[in-house]
Design a binder for this molecule. Sequence first.
Ligand code: S3P
Length: 198
Amino acid sequence: MTQPPPLRVSQPHVQMLCLAGFMGSGKTTVGTLLARQLAWRFVDLDDRIEEAAGLRIPGIFERLGEPAFRQIEADQLRAVLGRVVESKESIVLALGGGTYAQTGAPEFLRAAGVPVIWLDSPVEVLLARCMTMTGRPLFRDESSFRTLHAQRLPSYQQADYRVDSSGDPARVVAEVLRRGIVSTSSGEAHLVVEKPQP
Ligand code: S3P
């Protein structure tokens, strides 16, 4: 992710918000609810990756390997940004757990003018959530999960906003709206330019 972005997303009437965070942080659940509240479209990057590869995520890891997965992930992130600019549709984008930890990803999204919210939960909460779910090739065992989480924290910390996502998803959405990260005062949703105080 080293080339400059093709276009800036933050133009009048073109709005986009990214949700970053580790596996189990609630990106898809919170993103779906948030998009519904804002009347924006919800896009899940993992779905875009699966569609592009014609394979489910475990299949991509198994057959093509993680480096190929990361390449498709980076390509699809660019493609989503390009489509937002073209379609002038406002979207909430849930990144994959590793997307924002890819080299250059925070810089890429910042240069494109896309605000990023880090959905942060204690690693114990993330572990408990992922234990009951399948389809995550990078969830192998507790020890490697904790190690990967610790390795990625410095990346997530580069997000524009941090919101605690350990509670009920509806409350997480309410907190995003309460913090004024997206202003909906005039009936139409607008991203605020200034970073609000935590
Ligand atoms: C990954 C997280 C997954 C998915 C892939 C790789 C990661 O997304 O992109 O399995 O590197 O942490 P979720 O965080 O939505 O599970």
